[in-house]
Design a protein around this ligand. Structure first.
Ligand code: PSU
Ligand code: MN
Length: 306
């Protein structure tokens, strides 16, 4: 591992050295997925939730080209407020690190960096996927490829309905990524508990979840496991409301020719406006819930010596 490129904070370093539970978090969800100040408040809340479970949180980001594992409060504030933060997926890592830039990491890059330092569980809001029309545009998130090859368990609330969820699940199947619902048969669609698609399997206990992850890696079946954790019922949104907002936002994105890595942040912001902030509130709650389950899974895996 190119250790000189990393700056791992002492708490995370100690925990990793002593096989204590560590849970990593991406920073794009805060830098490009939510407005200030809610992004900073949510990041702080999520860290608190993880600590409450006795697990060490490690938000990952890049500052002046240094890969930070476990952002300090000051660094987190910078990532949440600066306009100068690049959205960093796998292909962006060499440039952003090599040219001493600032970056927020996506699911793909956070998986890579977590794996490099030995963190096995990672939590996010929703994974990227195959965009609608992806069969023509080839807009398929690098998150999916990473899930196919990097050994990290990813706790998420499914994938957003701005994506083609059916094609996303097909892609994951082809690449051999198990999609496990935690206490859910349905594959959730981020703001909603259902997407119209099922998970491959549903598991009700953390021990069983941990076992599946362990077996996958013991058998050297490279890659991640998607653990789909639906948004709590009381915070879930109406499918009709969210679909209306999504359709409107997507039409606008097409009119404005927004493509590539800009599309997800654009749609998230427009959906927030269309739902008068309700989507943001749902986003915050599902992240907290994912952090809770992620922390519990990290703890269970550490106890089982996985
Ligand atoms: N989903 C969200 N908020 C986000 C993202 C996804 O609800 O901010 C981010 C994640 O970092 C994810 C990335 O890894 O978008 C996927 O982007 P792309 O499709 O450009 O790979
Ligand atoms: Mn994309």
């Amino acid at each position: 591992m190119p250790l000189t490129l990393f700056d791992i904070n002492d708490e995370v370093k100690d925990a990793l050295a002593n096989n204590q539970a560590v849970l990593s978090l991406e920073s794009t969800v805060f830098a490009h997925g939510m407005p200030y100040p809610q992004n900073l408040e949510t990041a702080k809340k999520v860290v608190e939730v993880i600590r409450g479970e006795g697990v060490v949180p490690a938000i990952i980001g890049i500052i002046d080209g240094k890969i930070k594992v476990g952002l300090s409060d000051k660094e987190l504030e910078f990532i949440c407020t600066s306009k100068d933060i690049i959205k960093v997926s796998r292909r962006d890592l060499p440039y952003v690190v090599g040219s001493h830039k600032n970056g927020a990491t996506t699911v793909a890059s956070t998986m890579i960096l977590s794996h490099m330092v030995g963190i096995k569980v990672f939590v996010t809001g929703g994974i990227g996927g195959v965009h609608r029309g992806g069969e023509n545009t080839l807009d398929i998130s690098a998150d999916l490829n990473e899930l196919a090859k990097t050994d990290v368990a990813v706790v998420c609330a499914g994938a957003k309905a701005i994506l083609d969820i059916g094609m996303t699940l097909e892609f994951l199947e082809t690449r051999g990524v198990p999609v496990i619902g935690y206490k859910s048969e349905d594959f959730p669609a981020f703001y909603c508990r259902e997407s119209g698609f099922k998970c491959d399997y549903s598991i009700d206990t953390l021990e069983e979840l941990a076992k599946v992850v362990e077996v996958k890696w013991k058998m050297r079946l490279k890659g991640g496991v998607v653990i789909a954790n639906p948004i709590p019922k009381i915070h879930a949104m109406q499918i009709s409301e969210i679909n209306m907002a999504i359709s409107k936002a997507m039409l606008e994105a097409a009119e404005k020719d927004i493509i590539g890595k800009e599309i997800t942040p654009f749609l998230l912001e427009r959906i927030r406006q269309e739902t008068e902030g309700r989507s943001l509130i749902a986003n915050i709650h599902l992240l907290e819930n994912n952090a809770l389950v992620g922390a519990q899974l990290a703890k269970t895996m550490a106890e089982m010596d996985i």
